[in-house]
Ligand binder design. Structure first.
Ligand SMILES: NC(=O)c1ccc[n+]([C@@H]2O[C@H](COP(=O)([O-])OP(=O)(O)OC[C@H]3O[C@@H](n4cnc5c(N)ncnc54)[C@H](OP(=O)(O)O)[C@@H]3O)[C@@H](O)[C@H]2O)c1
Length: 260
């Protein structure tokens, strides 16, 4: 535990603090279960590891005993200066509303939600979470918009994901369907003169969400900037979703649930 903080600290160490935003998360399963100060111990350890005095966003990472930990988060930040945007991840609509109520009772508010959201997993939209976020000034961070690379155009039935990884287990069995969607993505990629991977990101932005992309190469960062400059039309968004819907692919992963 703490490896990510140490690695990231090496990247941001020399930068002006106002030149970047940084978030960290509280994963309930990682807390000391009986520790009276489990929440503050975790945040302060993370800040120490990074040599920082504040985060910009702080998350309750999943719903495991989440109301208890949201209350602890609220108690910790109540009345403090520089309170980060407070967020929850992998919560359904009822759980999101509950978290917001808990925070409001401490004079705070929910500022961010982070859920799996992609062309082939729109349950956060269907369940009303996106609308709730818009109505309540909550930023919706969409994770896995590229379905771990399956919607990048790099993988197809002739070039499956290397066996032995969780993503290969999840996506290789449905690559024939993914190919159909990637063909549709390619049409728009050609129109906008970008690579396929930029279109799902542009789609997520067109839906009013803020995509979190798992970049593994320097080029991926440059690609993400290009994607942010593409404005898909309403017809293009609708056509992509129509194609995705006909495929009926289920990519809900073992740590997730259908958002209802
Ligand atoms: N809250 C949660 O429970 C939760 C769960 C999962 C993820 N997340 C967050 O979401 C982030 C993204 O998730 P993820 O990395 O699993 O999935 P992702 O963003 O859907 O996919 C990342 C993969 O897409 C490919 N890729 C990225 N940019 C590309 C580009 N420009 N061109 C071509 N391929 C590109 C890369 O594949 P190759 O390496 O094969 O090139 C990369 O490994 C994570 O870093 C994490 O912060 C949160």
């Amino acid at each position: 535990m703490g490896t990510s903080e140490k690695v990231l600290a090496g990247f941001v160490g020399d930068l002006e603090r106002d030149s970047y935003l940084i978030s960290d998360k509280f994963t309930p399963q990682c807390a000391k279960p009986s520790g009276a100060n489990a929440f503050s111990d975790m945040v302060e350890m993370q800040l120490d590891l990074m040599g920082l005095d504040r985060f910009d966003i702080y998350w309750i990472h999943n719903v495991w005993d989440a109301p208890k930990w949201t209350r602890e988060m609220a108690k910790y930040f109540e009345g403090k200066e520089n309170v980060p945007i407070l967020g929850v991840s992998n919560h359904n609509l009822a759980e999101i509303k509950e978290a917001n109520e808990i925070l409001k009772s401490h004079g705070l508010k929910l500022g961010a939600v982070q859920n799996h959201y992609s062309l082939i997993n729109r349950s956060s939209e269907d369940s009303g979470i996106l609308d709730y976020c818009k109505e309540n000034d909550i930023i919706f961070f969409s994770y896995m918009v590229l379905e771990q690379g399956a919607l990048s155009g790099k993988y197809d039935t002739a070039h499956p994901m290397p066996a032995g990884s969780a993503r290969a287990d999840a996506y290789n069995p449905v690559l024939d369907k993914i190919e159909v969607l990637n063909a549709e993505l390619k049409k728009l990629a050609d129109k906008y003169n970008v690579a396929i991977a930029q279109i799902p990101v542009a789609w997520a932005i067109a839906k009013g969400t803020l995509p979190i992309i798992g970049v593994t190469k320097e080029q991926h960062v440059k690609d993400a900037v290009k994607a942010a400059n593409i404005t898909l039309t309403a017809d293009e968004v609708a056509q992509l979703e129509k194609t995705a819907d006909t495929l009926a692919i289920n990519t809900i992963r073992f740590w997730e649930k259908e958002m209802k």
